[in-house]
Design a protein around this ligand. Structure first.
Ligand SMILES: NC(=O)c1ccc[n+]([C@@H]2O[C@H](COP(=O)([O-])OP(=O)(O)OC[C@H]3O[C@@H](n4cnc5c(N)ncnc54)[C@H](OP(=O)(O)O)[C@@H]3O)[C@@H](O)[C@H]2O)c1
Length: 292
């Protein structure tokens, strides 16, 4: 088997990717601060901002491909910690691309739909970037550095993702489920639109992207507001729909400015074999895994 290095194995997406990849690859996963065990996966602590150790460890591991999911992934955190998040979101990504370029092995970077300002959806791979917060700016800077260092790299624009929670991470649905289970009301935006997919679907897209250089959107087929998604979730998990309250982005100011509609047009990935179940089907599968 060929060896796949997954950075961010303790993170939401990296954990799902490790679960999926281990049947086809010998997988090595890295974490930074949250130690984790994943059956069938070799786990390695590695601070990706430590340039010397990164070079040494990758030399030792000798992967045949790297999928880089580690990041400071919270837009609010990046907004309030721009220098710290730049280290992992830009410099570490650039360094990994350089290492993969030297070794001539595939490199897959996880970018975001938030490279766009949300005013001209749906966004194709060719649309000009227009970030409106620090996180989006850092992902744009990383994309540019990676393309310069390694034009053959794969840059995947990830949408909002949801799924089962690994022991060390969460997706946006976990706090929603927690609130709904305790009969608390949930305020959700009616004017913020995304094209979400489950982390497992996204992980399949990332494995496919290993062989596809350039930018690739891995969004879902359905454009939904957070409120619409919440209604679907409540239906599938059989919660009382009256617990959901529609609100506007303007009602809830946050540290990082929020884009209204960063829906991705993922026709290219779909034509290459990206298989996206319906949101309802994805939620039914997740509810079967985690229980109602
Ligand atoms: N989740 C989404 O909806 C979403 C949407 C669009 C794009 N993305 C992108 O998709 C990727 C995965 O996101 P996610 O939600 O899985 O993120 P996450 O759950 O926040 O996980 C982040 C991972 O990065 C690791 N990490 C952070 N700093 C590190 C460092 N200095 N050295 C080594 N590892 C470090 C963390 O390790 P420890 O926890 O062990 O410290 C963790 O494993 C990211 O590139 C993110 O920007 C995510």
């Amino acid at each position: 088997m060929q060896k796949l290095l997954v950075t961010g194995a303790s993170g939401f997406l990296g954990w799902h990717l490790c679960q999926l990849a281990r049947s086809e690859w010998e997988v090595v996963g890295t974490y930074d601060r949250q130690q984790i065990e994943i059956s069938g996966v070799e786990i390695q602590q590695l601070d990706l901002t430590d340039r010397d150790r990164v070079a040494q460890e990758i030399d030792r591991i000798a992967p045949d491909a790297i999928v880089h999911t580690a990041a400071a992934s919270s837009p609010n955190f990046c907004q309030s910690h721009p220098a710290q998040s730049y280290q992992i979101n830009v410099l570490a990504a650039d360094r990994l691309a350089q290492i993969c370029a030297s070794a001539q092995i595939p490199f897959v970077f996880t970018s975001t739909d938030l490279v766009f300002d949300g005013t001209q959806p749906p966004y194709l791979e060719t649309a000009p970037v227009s970030p409106i917060n620090t996180y989006g700016e850092q992902k744009v800077a990383a994309e540019r550095a990676i393309r310069l260092a390694y034009p053959q790299a794969s840059i995947c624009r990830m949408p909002l993702m949801f799924g089962m929670a690994p022991p060390t991470a969460n997706s946006f649905i976990q706090p929603w489920l927690k609130a709904l289970r305790s009969q608390a009301s949930l305020q959700l935006f009616t004017d913020e639109f995304r094209t979400p997919v489950s982390a497992l679907t996204a992980a399949q897209g990332l494995l496919m992207a290993i062989n596809i250089p350039g930018i690739l959107n891995l969004g879902g087929r359905e454009r939904v507001s957070r409120y619409e998604f919440g209604r679907l979730l409540a239906e599938v998990f059989e919660f009382d729909l009256s617990l959901l309250s529609p609100i506007s982005q303007q009602d809830l100011p946050m540290a990082a400015p929020r884009a209204a509609d960063v829906s991705l047009d993922s026709t290219k990935a779909i034509s290459l074999g990206y298989n996206i179940p319906t949101l309802r089907q994805e939620l039914i599968t997740i509810s079967a895994q985690i229980g109602k």
